[in-house]
Design a binder for this molecule. Structure first.
Ligand SMILES: Cc1cc2nc3c(=O)[nH]c(=O)nc-3n(C[C@H](O)[C@H](O)[C@H](O)COP(=O)(O)OP(=O)(O)OC[C@H]3O[C@@H](n4cnc5c(N)ncnc54)[C@H](O)[C@@H]3O)c2cc1C
Ligand code: FES
Ligand code: FES
Length: 471
Protein backbone atom coordinates (compact mmCIF):
# COMPACT_ATOMS: atom_id res chain seq x y z
CA UNK A 1 0.00 0.00 0.00
CA UNK A 2 1.17 3.50 -0.79
CA UNK A 3 0.44 6.01 2.00
CA UNK A 4 1.00 9.75 1.86
CA UNK A 5 -0.67 13.09 2.48
CA UNK A 6 -2.07 14.83 -0.57
CA UNK A 7 -2.63 18.50 0.29
CA UNK A 8 -4.70 18.20 3.52
CA UNK A 9 -5.93 14.64 2.90
CA UNK A 10 -4.41 11.32 3.95
CA UNK A 11 -4.20 8.85 1.07
CA UNK A 12 -3.85 5.09 1.36
CA UNK A 13 -3.98 3.45 -2.02
CA UNK A 14 -3.34 0.12 -3.70
CA UNK A 15 -2.94 1.75 -7.10
CA UNK A 16 0.05 0.57 -9.10
CA UNK A 17 3.27 2.19 -7.81
CA UNK A 18 4.38 2.70 -11.42
CA UNK A 19 1.45 4.90 -12.47
CA UNK A 20 2.38 8.56 -12.70
CA UNK A 21 1.66 10.87 -9.81
CA UNK A 22 0.06 13.24 -12.32
CA UNK A 23 -2.53 10.66 -13.40
CA UNK A 24 -3.32 9.76 -9.80
CA UNK A 25 -3.84 13.40 -8.86
CA UNK A 26 -5.97 14.29 -11.87
CA UNK A 27 -7.92 11.13 -12.61
CA UNK A 28 -8.19 9.39 -9.23
CA UNK A 29 -8.47 12.49 -7.07
CA UNK A 30 -10.03 14.88 -9.61
CA UNK A 31 -7.54 17.62 -8.73
CA UNK A 32 -7.41 19.08 -12.22
CA UNK A 33 -5.50 22.26 -11.37
CA UNK A 34 -2.32 20.32 -12.12
CA UNK A 35 -2.09 20.54 -15.90
CA UNK A 36 -0.82 18.15 -18.56
CA UNK A 37 1.41 19.77 -21.16
CA UNK A 38 4.26 17.73 -22.57
CA UNK A 39 4.29 14.65 -20.28
CA UNK A 40 8.08 14.71 -20.64
CA UNK A 41 9.20 16.94 -17.77
CA UNK A 42 9.78 19.77 -20.20
CA UNK A 43 7.10 22.39 -19.54
CA UNK A 44 6.41 22.50 -15.77
CA UNK A 45 2.58 22.61 -16.14
CA UNK A 46 2.31 19.52 -13.89
CA UNK A 47 4.59 20.81 -11.10
CA UNK A 48 3.76 19.67 -7.56
CA UNK A 49 5.71 19.90 -4.30
CA UNK A 50 7.07 16.91 -2.41
CA UNK A 51 7.63 17.39 1.31
CA UNK A 52 10.01 14.95 3.01
CA UNK A 53 10.22 14.53 6.76
CA UNK A 54 13.74 15.16 8.09
CA UNK A 55 15.41 13.64 11.13
CA UNK A 56 14.72 16.82 13.10
CA UNK A 57 10.98 16.42 12.47
CA UNK A 58 10.96 19.30 10.01
CA UNK A 59 9.93 19.05 6.38
CA UNK A 60 11.87 20.04 3.31
CA UNK A 61 9.82 20.77 0.20
CA UNK A 62 11.02 20.37 -3.36
CA UNK A 63 9.27 20.87 -6.69
CA UNK A 64 8.99 18.00 -9.18
CA UNK A 65 7.22 17.38 -12.47
CA UNK A 66 4.48 14.88 -11.59
CA UNK A 67 4.12 13.63 -15.19
CA UNK A 68 7.36 11.63 -14.97
CA UNK A 69 7.25 10.73 -11.29
CA UNK A 70 5.99 7.31 -10.17
CA UNK A 71 3.13 7.35 -7.66
CA UNK A 72 5.16 5.01 -5.43
CA UNK A 73 7.78 7.74 -4.88
CA UNK A 74 5.07 9.70 -3.00
CA UNK A 75 5.02 7.03 -0.25
CA UNK A 76 5.53 8.66 3.15
CA UNK A 77 5.63 12.18 1.70
CA UNK A 78 3.48 15.31 1.66
CA UNK A 79 2.39 16.07 -1.90
CA UNK A 80 1.12 19.59 -2.58
CA UNK A 81 -0.81 20.45 -5.74
CA UNK A 82 -2.01 23.92 -6.71
CA UNK A 83 -5.25 23.26 -4.81
CA UNK A 84 -3.24 22.59 -1.65
CA UNK A 85 -1.58 26.02 -1.78
CA UNK A 86 -4.93 27.87 -1.53
CA UNK A 87 -5.95 29.97 1.47
CA UNK A 88 -9.65 29.72 2.47
CA UNK A 89 -10.72 33.25 1.51
CA UNK A 90 -7.97 35.14 -0.27
CA UNK A 91 -5.13 34.70 -2.71
CA UNK A 92 -1.72 33.68 -1.37
CA UNK A 93 1.14 36.17 -1.75
CA UNK A 94 2.40 34.20 -4.76
CA UNK A 95 -1.01 34.00 -6.45
CA UNK A 96 -1.60 37.67 -5.81
CA UNK A 97 1.83 38.69 -7.21
CA UNK A 98 1.00 36.83 -10.44
CA UNK A 99 -2.39 38.59 -10.64
CA UNK A 100 -1.13 42.10 -9.78
CA UNK A 101 1.69 41.91 -12.33
CA UNK A 102 -0.53 40.51 -15.11
CA UNK A 103 1.74 37.47 -15.24
CA UNK A 104 -0.98 35.18 -16.58
CA UNK A 105 -3.00 35.23 -19.82
CA UNK A 106 -4.56 31.91 -20.85
CA UNK A 107 -3.57 30.60 -17.41
CA UNK A 108 -2.56 27.12 -18.51
CA UNK A 109 0.98 27.42 -17.14
CA UNK A 110 0.00 29.47 -14.08
CA UNK A 111 -0.62 26.63 -11.56
CA UNK A 112 2.86 25.30 -12.33
CA UNK A 113 4.47 28.71 -11.81
CA UNK A 114 2.55 29.27 -8.55
CA UNK A 115 3.53 25.85 -7.18
CA UNK A 116 7.22 26.32 -8.14
CA UNK A 117 7.30 29.77 -6.53
CA UNK A 118 5.53 28.47 -3.41
CA UNK A 119 8.27 25.83 -3.34
CA UNK A 120 10.83 28.64 -3.49
CA UNK A 121 9.15 30.36 -0.52
CA UNK A 122 9.34 27.06 1.40
CA UNK A 123 12.96 26.38 0.44
CA UNK A 124 16.12 27.36 2.28
CA UNK A 125 17.33 29.39 -0.72
CA UNK A 126 18.15 33.01 0.00
CA UNK A 127 15.44 35.46 -0.99
CA UNK A 128 16.75 36.94 -4.18
CA UNK A 129 15.43 37.09 -7.71
CA UNK A 130 18.21 34.93 -9.11
CA UNK A 131 17.28 32.03 -6.83
CA UNK A 132 13.56 32.56 -7.43
CA UNK A 133 14.13 32.50 -11.20
CA UNK A 134 16.05 29.22 -10.77
CA UNK A 135 12.96 27.83 -9.07
CA UNK A 136 10.93 28.45 -12.26
CA UNK A 137 13.68 27.37 -14.67
CA UNK A 138 11.50 24.35 -15.55
CA UNK A 139 8.29 26.33 -16.17
CA UNK A 140 7.42 27.47 -19.65
CA UNK A 141 4.79 30.06 -20.58
CA UNK A 142 3.80 30.29 -24.21
CA UNK A 143 1.75 33.48 -24.11
CA UNK A 144 2.34 35.97 -21.28
CA UNK A 145 5.91 37.05 -21.85
CA UNK A 146 8.42 36.56 -19.10
CA UNK A 147 8.87 40.22 -18.07
CA UNK A 148 5.63 40.29 -16.10
CA UNK A 149 6.49 36.94 -14.52
CA UNK A 150 9.87 38.38 -13.51
CA UNK A 151 8.12 41.36 -11.92
CA UNK A 152 5.91 38.97 -9.92
CA UNK A 153 9.06 37.14 -8.83
CA UNK A 154 10.61 40.42 -7.60
CA UNK A 155 7.45 41.19 -5.59
CA UNK A 156 7.47 37.75 -3.98
CA UNK A 157 11.15 38.12 -2.99
CA UNK A 158 10.46 41.55 -1.47
CA UNK A 159 7.51 40.23 0.55
CA UNK A 160 9.51 37.20 1.71
CA UNK A 161 12.37 39.41 2.81
CA UNK A 162 10.09 41.75 4.76
CA UNK A 163 8.29 38.77 6.39
CA UNK A 164 11.40 36.99 7.64
CA UNK A 165 14.51 36.11 5.68
CA UNK A 166 14.69 32.73 7.50
CA UNK A 167 11.34 31.62 6.06
CA UNK A 168 10.08 29.41 8.91
CA UNK A 169 6.87 27.47 8.27
CA UNK A 170 4.99 29.59 10.82
CA UNK A 171 6.18 32.89 9.31
CA UNK A 172 5.07 31.74 5.89
CA UNK A 173 1.65 30.83 7.28
CA UNK A 174 1.33 34.10 9.23
CA UNK A 175 2.21 36.12 6.13
CA UNK A 176 -0.14 34.41 3.71
CA UNK A 177 2.31 32.35 1.65
CA UNK A 178 0.82 28.95 2.57
CA UNK A 179 -2.32 27.70 4.35
CA UNK A 180 -2.23 26.90 8.06
CA UNK A 181 -2.65 23.12 7.71
CA UNK A 182 1.04 22.91 6.70
CA UNK A 183 2.02 23.26 10.37
CA UNK A 184 0.33 19.92 11.23
CA UNK A 185 1.97 17.94 8.42
CA UNK A 186 5.15 16.80 10.24
CA UNK A 187 3.09 15.27 13.05
CA UNK A 188 0.63 13.72 10.61
CA UNK A 189 3.44 12.17 8.54
CA UNK A 190 4.89 10.70 11.73
CA UNK A 191 1.52 9.17 12.52
CA UNK A 192 1.31 7.53 9.12
CA UNK A 193 3.87 5.05 10.53
CA UNK A 194 5.35 4.50 7.17
CA UNK A 195 6.96 1.15 6.55
CA UNK A 196 8.95 0.85 3.38
CA UNK A 197 6.98 -0.91 0.70
CA UNK A 198 8.19 -4.35 -0.39
CA UNK A 199 9.63 -3.98 -3.87
CA UNK A 200 9.18 -6.33 -6.76
CA UNK A 201 9.64 -5.99 -10.48
CA UNK A 202 12.82 -6.00 -12.49
CA UNK A 203 12.86 -2.38 -13.59
CA UNK A 204 14.78 -0.24 -11.16
CA UNK A 205 13.32 3.27 -11.05
CA UNK A 206 15.05 6.08 -9.19
CA UNK A 207 13.82 9.59 -10.10
CA UNK A 208 12.15 8.27 -13.26
CA UNK A 209 13.24 11.29 -15.30
CA UNK A 210 14.75 9.17 -18.05
CA UNK A 211 12.54 6.09 -17.80
CA UNK A 212 9.19 7.91 -17.91
CA UNK A 213 10.24 9.88 -20.98
CA UNK A 214 11.45 6.76 -22.76
CA UNK A 215 8.90 4.10 -21.81
CA UNK A 216 6.14 5.40 -19.55
CA UNK A 217 3.60 2.98 -21.07
CA UNK A 218 5.66 -0.03 -19.92
CA UNK A 219 5.88 1.26 -16.37
CA UNK A 220 2.36 2.46 -15.72
CA UNK A 221 0.81 -1.01 -15.57
CA UNK A 222 3.82 -3.11 -14.60
CA UNK A 223 5.55 -3.68 -11.30
CA UNK A 224 8.52 -1.43 -10.72
CA UNK A 225 11.37 -1.60 -8.23
CA UNK A 226 11.58 1.85 -6.66
CA UNK A 227 15.01 2.73 -5.30
CA UNK A 228 14.92 6.50 -4.70
CA UNK A 229 14.22 6.01 -0.97
CA UNK A 230 16.78 3.22 -0.51
CA UNK A 231 19.07 4.43 2.29
CA UNK A 232 21.94 2.22 1.14
CA UNK A 233 22.15 4.29 -2.07
CA UNK A 234 22.19 7.63 -0.27
CA UNK A 235 24.66 9.97 1.38
CA UNK A 236 27.77 11.96 0.58
CA UNK A 237 30.78 11.06 2.75
CA UNK A 238 34.29 12.42 2.75
CA UNK A 239 36.85 10.20 4.41
CA UNK A 240 40.61 10.53 4.17
CA UNK A 241 40.39 12.65 1.05
CA UNK A 242 38.10 10.16 -0.71
CA UNK A 243 34.58 11.31 -1.49
CA UNK A 244 31.90 8.59 -1.72
CA UNK A 245 28.51 9.55 -3.11
CA UNK A 246 25.51 7.20 -3.06
CA UNK A 247 24.11 6.49 -6.52
CA UNK A 248 20.66 7.64 -5.39
CA UNK A 249 22.02 11.12 -4.68
CA UNK A 250 20.21 13.74 -6.75
CA UNK A 251 21.75 16.66 -8.60
CA UNK A 252 20.07 18.92 -6.01
CA UNK A 253 21.77 17.00 -3.18
CA UNK A 254 25.12 17.81 -4.81
CA UNK A 255 24.04 21.44 -5.28
CA UNK A 256 23.21 21.79 -1.56
CA UNK A 257 26.30 20.02 -0.20
CA UNK A 258 28.48 22.52 1.61
CA UNK A 259 31.80 20.63 1.50
CA UNK A 260 31.45 19.86 -2.23
CA UNK A 261 30.71 23.51 -2.93
CA UNK A 262 33.95 24.41 -1.15
CA UNK A 263 35.97 21.83 -3.06
CA UNK A 264 34.32 22.83 -6.36
CA UNK A 265 33.72 26.59 -6.06
CA UNK A 266 31.85 26.65 -9.39
CA UNK A 267 29.65 23.65 -8.61
CA UNK A 268 26.36 25.56 -8.64
CA UNK A 269 27.33 27.34 -11.87
CA UNK A 270 28.02 23.95 -13.48
CA UNK A 271 24.88 22.26 -12.11
CA UNK A 272 22.68 25.15 -13.25
CA UNK A 273 23.38 23.89 -16.77
CA UNK A 274 21.76 20.56 -15.91
CA UNK A 275 18.02 20.39 -16.75
CA UNK A 276 15.80 22.50 -14.46
CA UNK A 277 15.18 22.74 -10.74
CA UNK A 278 12.23 20.30 -10.87
CA UNK A 279 14.27 17.69 -12.76
CA UNK A 280 17.42 18.20 -10.65
CA UNK A 281 15.26 17.48 -7.58
CA UNK A 282 14.53 13.99 -8.96
CA UNK A 283 17.52 13.13 -11.18
CA UNK A 284 19.96 10.69 -9.57
CA UNK A 285 23.61 10.04 -10.41
CA UNK A 286 22.94 6.29 -10.83
CA UNK A 287 20.16 7.10 -13.31
CA UNK A 288 22.46 9.38 -15.28
CA UNK A 289 25.23 6.73 -15.49
CA UNK A 290 22.92 3.83 -16.41
CA UNK A 291 20.88 5.81 -18.90
CA UNK A 292 24.25 5.86 -20.69
CA UNK A 293 23.46 8.85 -22.84
CA UNK A 294 26.63 9.98 -24.65
CA UNK A 295 25.85 13.48 -23.36
CA UNK A 296 24.90 12.67 -19.76
CA UNK A 297 26.15 15.71 -17.86
CA UNK A 298 26.87 14.00 -14.54
CA UNK A 299 28.64 11.13 -16.32
CA UNK A 300 30.94 13.57 -18.12
CA UNK A 301 31.49 15.41 -14.82
CA UNK A 302 32.54 12.30 -12.87
CA UNK A 303 34.58 10.77 -15.71
CA UNK A 304 36.92 13.76 -15.45
CA UNK A 305 37.29 13.13 -11.72
CA UNK A 306 38.76 9.71 -12.52
CA UNK A 307 35.96 8.11 -10.48
CA UNK A 308 35.31 4.48 -9.58
CA UNK A 309 31.85 3.01 -9.19
CA UNK A 310 30.73 0.25 -6.81
CA UNK A 311 28.29 -2.26 -8.25
CA UNK A 312 26.24 -4.50 -5.97
CA UNK A 313 24.16 -7.62 -6.74
CA UNK A 314 21.04 -8.88 -4.90
CA UNK A 315 23.21 -11.19 -2.74
CA UNK A 316 25.11 -8.15 -1.50
CA UNK A 317 28.36 -8.94 -3.37
CA UNK A 318 30.19 -5.82 -4.48
CA UNK A 319 32.67 -5.08 -7.24
CA UNK A 320 34.39 -1.86 -8.13
CA UNK A 321 35.35 -0.60 -11.58
CA UNK A 322 36.61 2.70 -13.00
CA UNK A 323 33.72 4.68 -14.50
CA UNK A 324 35.81 5.03 -17.65
CA UNK A 325 35.66 1.20 -18.12
CA UNK A 326 31.87 1.00 -17.61
CA UNK A 327 30.67 1.82 -21.14
CA UNK A 328 31.11 -0.80 -23.87
CA UNK A 329 29.18 0.69 -26.80
CA UNK A 330 26.05 2.75 -27.49
CA UNK A 331 23.81 2.20 -24.42
CA UNK A 332 25.68 -0.97 -23.46
CA UNK A 333 27.62 -1.21 -20.24
CA UNK A 334 29.11 -3.52 -17.66
CA UNK A 335 26.02 -4.10 -15.48
CA UNK A 336 23.81 -7.20 -15.17
CA UNK A 337 20.02 -6.76 -15.08
CA UNK A 338 19.78 -7.40 -11.34
CA UNK A 339 22.85 -5.35 -10.39
CA UNK A 340 22.73 -1.82 -8.99
CA UNK A 341 25.27 0.94 -8.93
CA UNK A 342 25.71 1.54 -5.21
CA UNK A 343 28.02 4.52 -5.12
CA UNK A 344 30.78 6.47 -6.81
CA UNK A 345 34.13 7.43 -5.31
CA UNK A 346 36.82 9.89 -6.33
CA UNK A 347 39.84 11.52 -4.76
CA UNK A 348 39.22 15.11 -3.75
CA UNK A 349 41.20 17.58 -5.84
CA UNK A 350 44.48 18.73 -4.27
CA UNK A 351 45.48 22.38 -3.77
CA UNK A 352 47.08 22.37 -7.24
CA UNK A 353 44.16 20.70 -9.01
CA UNK A 354 41.57 22.65 -10.94
CA UNK A 355 38.26 21.38 -12.32
CA UNK A 356 36.03 22.76 -15.05
CA UNK A 357 32.81 21.72 -16.81
CA UNK A 358 31.52 23.24 -20.08
CA UNK A 359 28.31 22.58 -21.97
CA UNK A 360 26.83 23.90 -25.20
CA UNK A 361 23.11 23.44 -25.78
CA UNK A 362 20.46 25.24 -27.77
CA UNK A 363 18.82 26.64 -24.59
CA UNK A 364 20.51 27.41 -21.27
CA UNK A 365 17.95 25.54 -19.17
CA UNK A 366 16.03 22.36 -19.78
CA UNK A 367 18.19 21.28 -22.65
CA UNK A 368 20.56 18.43 -23.18
CA UNK A 369 24.00 19.20 -24.56
CA UNK A 370 25.15 19.23 -28.15
CA UNK A 371 28.62 18.75 -26.72
CA UNK A 372 29.78 18.86 -23.09
CA UNK A 373 33.20 18.40 -21.56
CA UNK A 374 34.99 18.35 -18.21
CA UNK A 375 38.62 18.46 -17.12
CA UNK A 376 40.50 17.90 -13.90
CA UNK A 377 44.08 19.12 -14.15
CA UNK A 378 46.93 19.35 -11.65
CA UNK A 379 49.63 21.90 -12.45
CA UNK A 380 52.81 22.55 -10.46
CA UNK A 381 55.44 25.08 -11.52
CA UNK A 382 53.68 25.46 -14.84
CA UNK A 383 54.05 21.76 -15.57
CA UNK A 384 51.01 19.49 -15.93
CA UNK A 385 51.30 16.75 -13.31
CA UNK A 386 48.18 14.91 -14.40
CA UNK A 387 45.04 15.60 -16.42
CA UNK A 388 41.74 13.78 -16.92
CA UNK A 389 39.55 14.97 -19.78
CA UNK A 390 36.07 13.77 -20.77
CA UNK A 391 33.74 14.81 -23.57
CA UNK A 392 30.13 14.02 -24.50
CA UNK A 393 28.16 14.13 -27.76
CA UNK A 394 31.06 13.15 -30.02
CA UNK A 395 31.02 9.38 -29.69
CA UNK A 396 28.61 6.49 -29.03
CA UNK A 397 29.46 6.63 -25.32
CA UNK A 398 30.21 9.37 -22.78
CA UNK A 399 33.87 9.55 -23.70
CA UNK A 400 36.89 9.57 -21.46
CA UNK A 401 39.79 10.87 -23.56
CA UNK A 402 42.52 8.37 -22.68
CA UNK A 403 45.05 9.51 -25.27
CA UNK A 404 44.56 13.24 -24.81
CA UNK A 405 44.75 12.91 -21.03
CA UNK A 406 47.92 10.80 -21.19
CA UNK A 407 49.50 13.23 -23.67
CA UNK A 408 48.96 16.17 -21.29
CA UNK A 409 50.71 14.46 -18.37
CA UNK A 410 54.17 15.89 -17.74
CA UNK A 411 53.90 18.56 -20.46
CA UNK A 412 54.53 22.29 -19.88
CA UNK A 413 51.31 24.26 -19.63
CA UNK A 414 51.52 26.44 -22.74
CA UNK A 415 49.77 27.16 -26.01
CA UNK A 416 51.74 24.57 -27.97
CA UNK A 417 50.76 21.79 -25.58
CA UNK A 418 47.09 22.76 -25.76
CA UNK A 419 47.09 22.94 -29.57
CA UNK A 420 48.85 19.59 -29.88
CA UNK A 421 46.47 18.05 -27.34
CA UNK A 422 43.54 19.26 -29.44
CA UNK A 423 44.96 17.39 -32.46
CA UNK A 424 44.95 14.18 -30.40
CA UNK A 425 41.46 14.94 -29.07
CA UNK A 426 40.19 15.29 -32.64
CA UNK A 427 41.62 11.87 -33.50
CA UNK A 428 39.89 10.28 -30.49
CA UNK A 429 36.35 11.46 -31.27
CA UNK A 430 33.90 10.34 -33.95
CA UNK A 431 30.86 12.64 -33.89
CA UNK A 432 27.86 11.92 -36.09
CA UNK A 433 25.47 14.43 -37.65
CA UNK A 434 22.07 14.52 -35.95
CA UNK A 435 19.45 16.99 -34.69
CA UNK A 436 21.96 18.46 -32.27
CA UNK A 437 24.36 19.48 -35.02
CA UNK A 438 26.48 18.28 -37.89
CA UNK A 439 29.57 16.21 -37.34
CA UNK A 440 31.80 19.18 -38.34
CA UNK A 441 29.96 21.49 -35.95
CA UNK A 442 30.46 19.07 -33.07
CA UNK A 443 34.18 18.80 -33.83
CA UNK A 444 34.32 22.58 -33.72
CA UNK A 445 32.48 22.60 -30.39
CA UNK A 446 34.76 19.91 -28.97
CA UNK A 447 37.78 22.04 -29.84
CA UNK A 448 36.29 25.25 -28.47
CA UNK A 449 35.21 23.61 -25.21
CA UNK A 450 38.68 22.10 -24.80
CA UNK A 451 40.25 25.56 -25.26
CA UNK A 452 37.58 27.04 -22.95
CA UNK A 453 38.79 24.81 -20.09
CA UNK A 454 42.18 26.51 -20.24
CA UNK A 455 40.88 30.05 -20.66
CA UNK A 456 38.48 29.49 -17.73
CA UNK A 457 41.01 27.85 -15.40
CA UNK A 458 44.14 29.80 -16.34
CA UNK A 459 42.68 33.14 -17.39
CA UNK A 460 45.87 34.99 -16.39
CA UNK A 461 47.79 32.87 -18.91
CA UNK A 462 45.40 32.29 -21.83
CA UNK A 463 42.60 34.10 -23.58
CA UNK A 464 40.40 32.81 -26.40
CA UNK A 465 42.30 35.18 -28.73
CA UNK A 466 45.34 32.92 -28.29
CA UNK A 467 43.46 30.23 -30.14
CA UNK A 468 41.51 32.35 -32.65
CA UNK A 469 44.02 32.08 -35.49
CA UNK A 470 43.61 28.32 -35.30
CA UNK A 471 39.82 28.49 -35.69
C1 LIG B 1 13.15 17.62 -19.00
C2 LIG B 1 14.41 16.86 -18.80
C3 LIG B 1 15.62 17.51 -18.89
C4 LIG B 1 16.81 16.79 -18.71
N1 LIG B 1 17.99 17.46 -18.79
C5 LIG B 1 19.15 16.79 -18.61
C6 LIG B 1 20.38 17.50 -18.67
O1 LIG B 1 20.43 18.70 -18.85
N2 LIG B 1 21.51 16.77 -18.50
C7 LIG B 1 21.49 15.41 -18.27
O2 LIG B 1 22.55 14.80 -18.14
N3 LIG B 1 20.34 14.73 -18.21
C8 LIG B 1 19.17 15.39 -18.37
N4 LIG B 1 17.98 14.70 -18.29
C9 LIG B 1 18.01 13.25 -18.11
C10 LIG B 1 17.82 12.75 -16.66
O3 LIG B 1 17.23 13.72 -15.84
C11 LIG B 1 19.13 12.31 -16.02
O4 LIG B 1 19.78 11.36 -16.81
C12 LIG B 1 18.93 11.75 -14.60
O5 LIG B 1 20.15 11.80 -13.91
C13 LIG B 1 18.35 10.34 -14.57
O6 LIG B 1 18.19 9.95 -13.22
P1 LIG B 1 16.85 9.28 -12.69
O7 LIG B 1 17.06 9.01 -11.25
O8 LIG B 1 15.67 10.10 -13.02
O9 LIG B 1 16.87 7.94 -13.55
P2 LIG B 1 15.69 6.90 -13.86
O10 LIG B 1 14.85 7.40 -14.98
O11 LIG B 1 15.01 6.49 -12.61
O12 LIG B 1 16.57 5.69 -14.36
C14 LIG B 1 17.35 5.75 -15.56
C15 LIG B 1 18.01 4.38 -15.78
O13 LIG B 1 18.95 4.11 -14.76
C16 LIG B 1 18.61 2.92 -14.05
N5 LIG B 1 19.04 3.17 -12.68
C17 LIG B 1 18.73 4.23 -11.90
N6 LIG B 1 19.44 4.20 -10.77
C18 LIG B 1 20.22 3.09 -10.82
C19 LIG B 1 21.19 2.51 -9.94
N7 LIG B 1 21.53 3.04 -8.78
N8 LIG B 1 21.79 1.35 -10.34
C20 LIG B 1 21.46 0.76 -11.52
N9 LIG B 1 20.57 1.26 -12.38
C21 LIG B 1 19.96 2.42 -12.04
C22 LIG B 1 17.14 2.69 -14.30
O14 LIG B 1 16.77 1.35 -14.19
C23 LIG B 1 17.02 3.22 -15.73
O15 LIG B 1 17.45 2.24 -16.62
C24 LIG B 1 16.76 15.40 -18.45
C25 LIG B 1 15.54 14.74 -18.34
C26 LIG B 1 14.37 15.46 -18.51
C27 LIG B 1 13.06 14.76 -18.38
S1 FES C 1 3.36 17.93 -18.41
FE1 FES C 1 5.06 19.12 -19.07
S2 FES C 1 6.45 18.88 -17.44
FE2 FES C 1 4.85 17.54 -16.94
S1 FES D 1 -0.38 32.20 -19.51
FE1 FES D 1 -0.76 31.02 -21.27
S2 FES D 1 0.85 29.59 -21.26
FE2 FES D 1 1.37 30.95 -19.69
Amino acid sequence: MIAFILNNKTIKTHNNAGMTLLDFVRYEQRLTGTKIGCREGDCGACTVLVGTLNEKNTISYKSITSCISPLGNAHGKHIVTIEGTNLPKELTVTQSAIKENHASQCGFCTPGFVVSLTGFALSESKNNSENALDAISGNICRCTGYKSIEKAVDDICEKLESADSKKSLQTLIDNGFIPSYFSEIPERLNQLQIKSNPQSGMTYVSGGTDLYVQKADNLINNTVHLISDDDSLKGIHIDDNICTIGAGTTVTDLWNHKALNTVFPNLKKHLKLVSSEQIRNMASLGGNFVNASPIGDMTIFFLALNSNITIINPEGNERQIPLNQFYKGYKTFDLKDDELIKDIQFELPSRHTKFNFEKVSKRTHLDIASVNSAISITVKNNSIEDAYVSIGGVSAIPKYLFKTSTFLNGKPLNKTTILEANEILQSEISPISDVRGSSDYKRLLARQLFFAHFTALFSHQFSLNDFVQHA
